[in-house]
Design a protein around this ligand. Structure first.
Ligand code: ADP
Ligand code: MG
Length: 286
């Protein structure tokens, strides 16, 4: 027997490097008319590195001490920013103490007890001078607080994915609407990535539930939204979307499980490719 169009489209998507989880998903992909993209790990490579450690005035800690505490707290986290902090500490040869009582809040950061001190690493509480300076340089500002007192700001950079501008252009062509950037990162870092990829609609500083709410609003308007993301923080939006695609390599387990399809070959060009495959299969089915 010849393979039904949707099944052969799934096989084809697999050859393009996208795991489509079912025929229903394969069919739905072609119906999307609105696209929302995550920033960190989706439009960017998700392999960020710490470009600067800025100890705040008045803090008794050194750069190395701050980095060692932050890395100890981040060690259990699978967030790309956490891996950057750990890598920076290892590069400097810093010893990492064991952390206790680790907890993480998606879209906000982590906290843990390190050597009896409460260490928090994550989204800055307020836009201090150090935060603004890091952001003005297009970096993601991450704050380190010890026992409730901010002690340093880390400036973290992440390279744009090579195929990001082309993928944004292709998705715009396919859906007739320019994609929106949904990110938990601050406005300046978001704007800089958006400008490099040709995106003008930017929603920054979003918590995971805010990303989902944006998607739900479009769905209520009758749009069929494709969400592409990688993080635990993207899971609610992936679930709310008409169709959700997770970036596989850097993607969190929760995102991979929640999404309807997974990009296995780590290229953004595969996303418009599977939408086009679905369109073709739908024409053969109906
Ligand atoms: P994005 O939407 O771009 O993927 P997230 O929602 O995952 O970003 O994170 C939003 C912000 O929360 C980050 O810019 C950072 O300030 C903070 N954050 C979240 N998780 C962590 C972490 N593990 N370590 C440091 N900062 C974090
Ligand atoms: Mg992300």
């Amino acid at each position: 027997a010849t393979m039904p169009p949707l099944l052969s489209a799934i096989a084809n998507a697999g050859r393009h490097g996208v795991l489509v989880k079912s025929c229903v998903v394969m069919e739905r992909l072609g119906a999307v008319d609105r696209v929302a993209l995550d920033k960190t790990g989706t439009l960017t490579e998700g392999a960020p590195r710490v470009a600067e450690v800025r100890v705040l005035p008045g803090s008794p800690l050194t750069e190395d001490q701050v980095l060692a505490l932050a890395a100890a707290a981040e060690l259990p986290s699978e967030h790309p920013l956490a891996r950057a902090v750990v890598a920076a500490a290892r590069e400097r040869g810093l010893p990492l103490a064991g952390a206790e009582e680790f907890s993480s809040a998606p879209g906000r950061g982590v906290r843990a007890l390190v050597d009896g001190r409460k260490v928090e690493v994550g989204r800055p509480g307020e836009a201090s001078g150090a935060v603004r300076e890091a952001e003005a340089a297009g970096r993601t500002a991450v704050e380190v607080a010890v026992d409730g007192v901010p002690v340093a700001v880390l400036g973290i950079t992440d390279r744009l994915r090579e195929g990001a501008p082309a993928a944004v252009a292709a998705l715009t062509r396919l859906t007739g609407t320019a994609p929106t950037l949904l990110t938990g990162d601050g406005e300046p870092a978001a704007r800089s990535v958006a400008a490099e990829t040709g995106i003008t609609d930017v929603r920054a500083g979003l918590l995971p539930e805010d990303k989902a709410a944006a998607v739900q609003a479009w769905e209520r308007e009758g749009r069929r939204t494709l969400v592409v993301g990688d993080g635990v923080n993207d899971a609610p939006a992936l679930a709310a979307a008409h169709t959700g695609i997770a970036m596989g390599r850097a993607g969190s387990d929760l995102a991979l499980e929640t999404a309807d399809a997974v990009v296995v070959r780590d290229e953004l060009a595969t996303v418009p490719a599977v939408v086009a495959l679905s369109r073709r299969a739908r024409r053969l089915v109906t």
